[in-house]
Design a protein around this ligand. Structure first.
Ligand SMILES: C[S@@+](CC[C@H](N)C(=O)[O-])C[C@H]1O[C@@H](n2cnc3c(N)ncnc32)[C@H](O)[C@@H]1O
Length: 284
């Protein structure tokens, strides 16, 4: 699958399947985020670290009450709801999964920010429901890694941004030229999670080519390693157990593939092949 077309229905299907695992974690930890947690001395447990990632990205993006934020790949609404609650920003979240959109609306209602948030179906390569120049910030928390055409995503982001607008992303990227063995493991991650992990340098160049200025890239890998390590520990138990249960149809092939991908992500991030980056840029 790694070099073939990435079908959005397929990506949505993977997420729908993984929601079964995520929802148990959400119930336990009291949030609905689908992203990696950033650990530091003030945030040393999973829920706090997950909030910390949103805090760091929103600080870098300088989110304020007057901002109209477009959240591309809004998951179950956690980062949209958080920006509405923490900053009073108005947020439009788009996603290609109706199940996640419904969870996002529910999340907003539960936190009393349904007036500030809208969630609707749109592919971030198209943004067909978003008017030209209608938002101040395009926010993507672990979303663009799902794109096989990041130039198209950035072209659309630029189109929908108003003058003076900006973009802010955090995501996993490939840092160094992978060996054949590392490439196989990246392909496994891509296949299992519906990703197309790309080079950070290439993303930076594409931002400039599309017409963004003041591109900044900050590496956050060390802070997410405790989170990837935790996921790997879980996967080390869940992967073999899942394979056995998979024979009886209790755990799906998608879930088993995701467990293996979690181990690969941690090991490749620890060895330096993958990095976690925060990227900001201004519309020219
Ligand atoms: C890792 S999750 C992050 C979700 C959310 N930002 C969060 O932090 O919880 C990536 C999200 O991107 C969405 N996504 C993937 N491809 C997409 C596309 N082409 N257009 C819109 N959303 C997409 C997925 O459905 C998923 O919700």
């Amino acid at each position: 699958m790694a070099d073939s077309t990435l079908d959005t229905d397929e990506v949505a299907g993977i997420y729908d399947e993984l929601l079964k695992t995520y929802s148990k974690q959400w119930d336990h930890e009291g949030h609905r985020s689908l992203h990696l947690g950033y650990y530091d001395e003030d945030h040393d447990e999973p829920a706090g670290a997950a909030i910390n990632t949103m805090r760091i990205l929103s600080e870098a993006a300088n989110v304020t009450e007057s901002d109209r934020v477009l959240n591309i790949g809004c998951g179950a609404g956690e980062d949209s709801v958080w920006n509405a609650r923490a900053h009073g920003a108005t947020v439009l979240g788009v996603n290609i999964s109706e199940n996640q959109l419904e969870l996002a609306r529910e999340n907003a209602r539960e936190h009393g920010v349904e007036e500030l948030t809208t969630f609707r179906y749109d592919d971030f390569h198209e943004l067909g429901t978003v008017e030209d120049g209608s938002v101040d910030l395009v926010w993507g928390l672990e979303a663009v890694s799902h794109s096989q055409d990041r130039r198209q995503v950035l072209d659309q982001a630029r189109r929908v941004l108003a003058e003076g607008g900006r973009v802010a992303f955090t995501d996993l990227f490939v840092r160094t030229e992978p060996s054949d063995r590392e490439r196989d493991r990246i392909d496994q991650i891509n296949d299992a999670l519906g990703l197309r992990l790309g080079r950070i340098g290439e993303f930076e160049e594409t931002l400039s080519a599309v017409g963004f200025e003041n591109v900044t890239v900050r590496e956050l890998t060390d802070g997410i390693l405790p989170c990837t390590k935790r996921r790997r520990q879980f996967s080390r138990i869940a992967h073999p157990v899942g394979r056995v249960l998979g024979v009886f149809g209790v755990v799906s092939e998608t879930q088993v593939g995701a467990f293996r991908a979690s181990s690969n992500i941690h090991e490749l991030a620890e060895s330096g092949t993958l990095g976690y980056y925060l990227v900001t840029a201004d519309r020219d």
